[in-house]
Design a protein around this ligand. Sequence first.
Ligand code: GBH
Length: 471
Amino acid sequence: MTLPLPQGFLWGAATAAYQIEGAAAEDGRGPSIWDTFSHTPGRTLNGDTGDVATDHYHRWREDAAAMAELGIAAYRFSIAWPRVMPEGRLNQKGVDFYSRLVDALLERGIAPVATLYHWDLPQELEDAGGWPERATAFRFAEYASRIGRALGDRVHTWTTLNEPWCSAFLGYASGVHAPGRTDPAAALAAAHHLNLAHGLASRELRAVTAPADGRPAWQSVTLNLHHLRGEEEAVRRVDAVSNRVFLDPMLGRGYPADLLEDTAAITDWGFVRDGDEEIIAAPLDVLGVNYYSPTLVRQWDGVSPRESADGHKAGAASPFVGCEEVEFAAQPGPYTAMGWPVDATGLEELLLRLHRDHPGVPLMITENGAAYGDEVGPDGRVRDDRRITYLRDHVAATRRAIGAGVDVRGYFAWSLLDNFEWAYGYSKRFGLVHVDYATGERRWKDSARWYRDMIAEPDATGAGTGGATGS
Ligand code: GBH
C-alpha cells in the first residue's frame, strides 16, 4: 500500500558553497575560516582544501542542466558570505554569480532554496572574535538584508543557518571544524549568537523579500537534529545540548531550564540579554531537518574506558559540552564510508517526535544521503547500489511519517555532486553525480538515474510507504 504525497512536495538535491564552488580567490571573494583552517597543516585529511573543489563556480551551467535532467523541483545551495560581503562591503561580482544561478534555476522550473550560512564565516569576523562574539550576529543580519534585497524577488525558500550545532560545537568545542577552537564556554556563547543571528536575519529577510510570483518566500533554518536512543538521563542531557538548545528558543520556548543547569559549571549564560529570546523566536514557515544516522547513548560508569563511537575520538575534546558522564555507544551496521550506521527508522522516529513536540511546524528534509566508495567501473558506470538502497529506505521512512500525519514539505538528497567533505577532504563521496577531481568531469552514478526515476514515478521504485522496512 502506498499513500499519496502532499501537493507541491519538493524533491530536491543539496550542496554548499565551500564544498563545491572553488574559485576561492576569484572575483573579489575574501577568505573564510574554512580557507584558513583547510590551509593549516593537519586540519583536513591529506591537507585538502576547497580552493578548486568541483569548480562549480565555472561549471554551474552544466550543473544546472544536470538538475533539470534529474527532474528535481528544488535546488538547495548556499551563498558564500565571504564572496558576497568580503570585509563587510557588498561585492557585486559575487552577488551576480548567485543571481545568474537563480535565474538559470528558474528558467528550468527549479525552485531556489538558498542557505545564507553553511559554515564559511568571513575570516575578518573570526579575527574579531567569531561566533562567541555578539557583534557577529548583527553582521550576519546586515549580510542577510543585503543579499535578501538582491535575490528576494526570486528565491523560493530562505534558510538562515545550516546546522548551527556544527558551527558552535564542532567549531569551538571539539575543534574538528573551522575555526578549530576547543573552548566549551565559547561554544555555548557561539550557540546563542547563532540563534540570535538566525532571529535577526529572519526579521530582515521577512522585511525585504517578496517573490515576484506573489507567493511569500518561506523562512527557514536547518538543524542537524540528533535522533537519540538509549538511557533516559543520557538522552535528556545530549538532547538538551544538541537539539533543544536550538529548537526551543527558535520555536518560542526560550532556553530549556535543564540545559542551563547542566552547563552551569561552564557558563552562567550571561551572554543572553533581555529581549534576545523574543528575537530568536522569529516566525518559521518551515523547519529544515538534516538526518544521516541515529545516536545511541548511555551513562558512563566512570571506570571503564569511555566509549565514543559517535565521530569524536576518545580522549579528544568532545562537542557534547556538559555531557562528561555520557558514553556514545556503537550501533549495529551496516555502515556507510563515514562509519555511520544506516537506519531509516531513525528518520521516521525523528519526524514523529518533532510532530509531537512541536505540532503545526512544517518540516522539510534538507539533507539525507550516504558516502560510499563509488569507483568508476571499466564500462564507465558507478554502481552505487548501497546508496540507492539508503535513499529508497529513507524516502520510504519519510513517506511513512507523512502517512502518520507529519507535515513534510520536501526531501533533498545530499548531495548533488561529490564534494569537499570538510575535515575528510575529498576522501568521502556523497554525490548522486561522480566528480573526477583531476579533470572536473561529471558522471552520473546509478543512484542519479534511480533518483530521476523515483521523482518521475515515486510509487514505482520501492520507495512507497508499504514495502520497504527500516533497515
Ligand atoms: C552535514 O553535516 C553537512 O551539512 C554537510 O555539509 C556535510 O557534507 C554532510 O552533512 C555530510 O557530512 O560530532 O560526534 O556528533 C553532517 C553533520 C555532524 C553528522 C556530526 C554526523 C556525527 C559526529 N554531522 N555527526 S559527532
